[in-house]
Design a protein around this ligand. Structure first.
Ligand SMILES: [Zn+2]
Ligand SMILES: [Zn+2]
Length: 102
């Protein structure tokens, strides 16, 4: 099974079927972040997350039990790889002028 490529992921998230499933998950979870809820907090869900990541488990892309509503903060925690990328891009963009010293 080949993993979904970056372009396909984008296409997937735009598809009508994903929009429909996503809505169903949000309704199931009362538009509430399930991770915050576990910790006794209330946060509005901003997105629907694939527990088993879409790229590695494309067959589970539309399986409700693999989907969970999360707020943005919790979602970022679930994707450290995204954060790392963001961080390294930020460092590149905001490189300080100070020369590196040993
Ligand atoms: Zn949360
Ligand atoms: Zn996610």
């Amino acid at each position: 099974m080949k993993a979904i490529k970056a372009g396909d992921v984008r296409k997937f998230y735009k598809s009508a079927i994903w929009q429909a499933v996503r809505k169903q998950v949000l309704i199931r979870d009362n538009h509430e972040c399930q991770k915050c809820k576990e910790e006794g907090r209330y946060s509005k869900a901003d997105c629907v997350h694939h527990i088993k990541h879409l790229r590695e488990f494309p067959l589970l892309a539309l399986v409700l039990s693999n989907l969970i509503s999360l707020c943005n903060a919790c979602h970022n925690e679930e994707h450290p790889e995204k954060y790392e990328k963001f961080k390294s891009n930020w460092v590149k963009k905001n490189k300080p002028d100070i020369p590196e010293r040993w």
